[in-house]
Design a protein around this ligand. Structure first.
Ligand code: TRP
Ligand code: ZN
Length: 881
């Protein structure tokens, strides 16, 4: 592990390097404890660089064995080498020379899972962001694009499969049971996209013919015996390839495209050129082991990594400050893909829920940063919901402002102009300014300014004048190191819904720039007047969630209920009901705090039933409507002085009230939704399961709930239903014999399948109530648990810390103690995973004083630990600041 240098990297310090590396030849001699890497680099002085300045290459924990220039060993006085740097103090004066570097690395001891490591007996790599420097000394920065040729040597028994980026070349046998393979990638790429895999894996093969008629060989590599589980991923890959051709005009460019699934992986997946490496949970699936959510995630992540081939690989980032250039844009592309493959409305609502659950708390807490940050200490900590999810929303807003056709022309120009380059956000914004002729400078603040803008709205109707007026005000709250904010350009899609449920055709508008159903806020305050509005409309604002803001609109419960039934925009219709629920839940919280039993409007309880039974709506949409705001959502809405127990109690009370008021209806619907026929993971079938499982969630709180949930679990024919049954039992009837029995049955059935055991861990780690701490502690000793595996840690401890408000925030601080111990234990091996885990306390200041003090102590304890990694120190110090 590199020691924390405390160095801060700043955007304004960017400077091109003095040297370039147009070509890179790597040769690996793979062995568990001692792998030898020979790098032969063509080094070129950049045009305009005077003299022969020192060439300083990045390293991280490397052992140097040999260094030569133009075939001659380098004199010891001509360079300085440490594990973390190789400085050639006086490079040749020639414009171009060959540098050979031989390093030695130990993949078997690599537990940080960055660089070359072993997972389940397979050699694999992870180089983004700065892992390549753990393999060899290099200018390990994304603006150094190089053409790679890679030769891999390994023992044939240990690693019959030898993969790297690009197209396959020569291969053959060597003496003593060794063999080799050569790969060549003709596309210049940054070092973070380098990859190598060597091991003994099963292969699923297929092929794809591109629009221009080239055949691409597709391969997905998985553990032997699991080939069948890669079928869905392969199908998703082919659909992604077609979609990118149809929607963005982008074709694949190599002869092969390979995906490898590994069991130890820090993130979801990685877009290495021609050789994507995946966390196996995002490849392997069948109905027996994966839920519908797993299938949807696989589809989305396969697409995401594939789409990076153009947005990330062919056009990469100039520096890591530009991370959103590839990530925000690629998330936008995978969102659009899923919307086209599934249901657009349902997908949009799910996206917004995710954004609010992950990005809003980030943007509203101590870790807030702009979509394009200006400084960082540890880049690994900037793979955030803000860069990814808000980054995607910003691209979506560009499309909203420009319209789909102009947006596409901008994308075409972007690909044409920057192909083969390392680009910036300024480059990206500029193509859209050029194709549209618009000035996007105010809009670009979405990239540069942190914080979720607040928009407040009130409407008034003047019946005699036939006039409707909206008064709209924006403000952006201060965030760390940005106390003063500038006004944003906020595109608000809207409609005025008349008493017949249809959008009113207002005749004229005045007061703000209203264009094609979008109000463009640019000033602090706007007054928008609509004429020709004879009847009082219900205002539907931020349709489709056109801007990632918080919206406070003065509106009666009656208007909200009306919109929840009639709004022609599916997102806003969902939002109207969700707002009603949120208001009800914050009121319930206050009742609970005051020791009063919350009361619920019968209209609301019945509206839930009406929506549940509305056959004109997709089942998945109905399920989303019935899905109450989560405890963290409610807490965020309340803002300060949070008592998670009161939030939980209020929410449970509403669930019970909705279930009680709709008992017969829900029971009948639940029965009708029982599937017949074979399993299909498609959106329509998944949607029916989601709705049925949502109804189960309600019904499980009623007296007959245990029996129902136990039956649901026992008769389930797929993992979605089985997990839903088990969740209902564990979360609602923890101590009943049916639950104990179901947990044991699940464990007995899946104990040898760790990915499925992750679900068993998750369900128990999210059990509400104070006992969860002990439950999680005990499960950490379970034979399926392993502190070294990121998926296990995230399923058990990650779920506990970020998805169990009552357990984690237990009033006596026991949850925080478990958290501190685990974070420190994980960080010794894997700083990246521990730093991510530590973000669970980012909203600590919104807790009530007793918990807040205990949470602060926990953070201080981590901070004072000995030899903290840069990753963890960065998170903890920012969280405390
Ligand atoms: N670029 C990857 C993506 O598609 C993210 C990623 C995968 C990553 N593995 C990583 C980032 C390790 C940092 C470290 O989103
Ligand atoms: Zn990505």
């Amino acid at each position: 592990m590199r020691t924390d240098t405390g160095q801060v990297f700043r955007l304004e310090d960017y400077r091109p390097s003095d040297y370039l590396i147009p070509s890179t030849a790597l040769s690996f001699k793979l062995s568990r404890e001692k792998t030898i890497v020979v790098a032969e680099l063509t080094i070129e002085r950049r045009d305009g660089v005077a003299g022969n300045p020192p060439l300083v290459l990045d390293g991280d924990g490397l052992t140097l064995r040999r260094v030569e220039i133009d075939g001659k060993p380098l004199d010891a006085s001509a360079y300085r080498a440490t594990p973390d740097e190789l400085a050639i103090t006086a490079p040749p004066k020639a414009d171009r020379f060959r540098l050979l570097i031989e390093t030695e690395i130990d993949p078997s001891r690599n537990q940080a899972l960055m660089g070359l490591y072993r997972s389940n007996g397979v050699y694999c790599t992870q180089c983004e962001a700065e892992g390549f420097r753990r393999i060899t000394y290099f200018l390990d920065r994304p603006d150094i694009l190089s053409v790679y040729t890679v030769r891999i040597e390994a023992q044939r028994d240990e690693a019959p499969l030898l993969l790297s980026n690009g197209n396959p070349g020569e291969r053959g046998d060597l003496a003593d049971g060794w063999h080799y393979a050569v790969w060549h990638d003709p596309f210049p790429k940054p070092s973070y996209l380098f990859a190598l895999v060597a091991g003994d894996l099963g292969r699923v093969g297929d092929s794809f013919v591109t629009a221009s008629g080239r055949t691409v060989e597709l391969g997905i590599y998985v553990e032997h015996g699991k080939e069948r589980l890669a079928a869905y991923a392969m199908d998703a890959l082919k659909r992604s390839m077609s979609w990118d051709e149809e929607v963005f005009g982008r074709e694949y460019d190599l002869d092969v495209f390979n995906i490898v699934a590994v069991s130890d992986f820090n993130m979801g997946a990685m877009e290495n050129k021609g050789l994507n490496i995946f966390n196996d949970k995002y490849v392997l699936a069948d109905e027996e082991t994966a839920t519908d959510t797993d299938f949807a995630n696989i589809e989305a992540i396969i697409a995401h990594e594939y789409f990076h081939n153009w947005t990330g690989n062919r056009i990469t980032c100039r520096d890591w400050f530009q991370l959103c250039l590839k990530e925000g844009l690629t998330v936008f592309r995978d969102h659009e893909f899923s919307a086209d493959q599934r249901s657009r409305a349902v997908k949009r609502i799910a996206e917004v829920r995710t954004l609010r659950a992950h990005q809003f708390p980030e943007d509203q807490g101590p870790l807030a940063h702009p979509v394009r940050p200006r400084r960082y200490r540890e880049i690994n900590n900037f793979y955030t919901a803000t860069v990814y999810e808000k980054g995607s929303e910003v691209v979506r807003m560009i499309r909203t402002i420009l319209g789909a056709d102009t947006f596409r022309r901008g994308m075409d120009l972007y690909f044409e102009r920057h192909d083969g380059e390392a680009a910036t956000i300024e480059d990206f914004v500029k193509v859209f300014e050029e194709v549209s002729g618009r000035d996007l400078s105010q809009f670009a603040l979405w990239y540069h300014q942190a914080g979720t803008p607040n928009v407040t709205v009130s409407g008034s109707h003047n019946a005699s004048a036939g006039e409707f007026t909206l008064e709209i005000e924006q403000s952006v709250p201060p965030t760390p190191s940005e106390s003063r904010k500038r006004l944003m350009h906020i595109p608000l899609a809207f409609g005025l819904v008349g008493p017949d449920g249809k959008d009113i055709d207002y005749s004229e508008v005045d007061g703000a720039s209203v264009e094609d159903g979008v109000i463009h806020l640019r000033k602090r305050r706007h007054v928008v007047r609509f004429s020709g509005v004879t009847e009082r409309p219900a205002v539907s604002l931020n349709r489709g969630f056109s801007a990632p803001i918080t919206l406070a609109i003065e509106q009666s419960a009656g208007d909200r209920a009306f919109l929840a039934r009639h709004d022609s925009d599916a997102f806003s219709r969902w939002q109207a009901f969700n707002t009603l629920l949120t208001e009800t839940l914050t009121a319930a919280f206050r009742s609970m705090l005051g020791g009063r039993k919350p009361e619920f409007a019968t209209d609301l309880l019945h509206l839930a039933g009406t929506i549940a039974a509305d056959e004109t709506l997709e089942p998945a949409y109905r399920a989303l409507a019935l899905s109450l705001p989560g405890e963290a959502d409610i807490a965020r809405e309340i803002g300060t002085n949070i008592d998670p127990d009161a939030v939980h109690a209020g929410r449970e009370a509403l669930i019970a009230a909705i279930a009680g008021a709709n008992r017969e209806l829900f029971t009948e619907l639940y029965g009708n939704l029982q599937a017949s026929g074979p399993f299909s993971p498609d959106a329509a079938n998944a949607g029916r399961r989601t709705l049925r499982n949502m109804l189960l969630d309600y019904l499980s709180v009623l007296p007959e709930g245990v029996t129902l949930a136990a039956g649901h679990f026992a008769t389930a024919t797929n993992m979605t239903d089985r997990a839903a049954g088990l969740t209902a039992l564990v979360h609602r009837h923890r101590t009943s014999p049916e639950t104990v029995e179901a947990l044991a049955a699940f464990e007995a059935r899946y104990r040898s399948d760790v990915l499925v055991m992750d679900k068993w861990f998750q369900i128990q780690a999210s059990t509400p109530g104070p006992d969860a701490v002990e439950v999680v502690r005990a499960l950490m000793d379970h034979p399926s648990f392993s502190i070294g595996n990121p998926n296990r840690v995230r399923s058990l401890v990650g779920t506990f810390a970020s998805a169990n408000q009552t357990g984690f925030h237990r009033a006596d601080g026991a949850g925080y103690r478990l958290f501190v111990e685990t974070v420190l234990q994980v960080e010794k091996r894997n700083p990246q995973v521990s730093a991510r885990l530590a973000t669970a306390l980012r909203s600590w200041r919104s807790l009530e004083p007793v918990r807040q003090a205990k949470a602060r102590e926990a953070l201080l304890e981590i901070r004072s630990a000995h030899g903290l990694s840069a990753d963890l120190r960065d998170i903890v110090e920012r969280t405390l600041a």
